[in-house]
Design a protein around this ligand. Sequence first.
Ligand SMILES: [Zn+2]
Length: 73
Amino acid sequence: MLKQTQICGCFYCQKIFSSSELQVEDFIPEQDGEETVWCPYCGIDSVIGEQSGYALTPEFLARMNQYWFYSKD
Ligand SMILES: [Zn+2]
């Protein structure tokens, strides 16, 4: 993933940015072949790219943020 420049969004800090802003060190290979991408703004591995099929709007990131970080009970 994220081999080509694409729009990325972080659903922790809810920043929307271009993958061209990412550094090589931000990509962490996982054992399953996927890559975890660390957000360059908040340092949390909560980045998704537009190739995931989601529309990366501020509203969507806000919903994801709510779901992942505030709906744990
Ligand atoms: Zn972030």
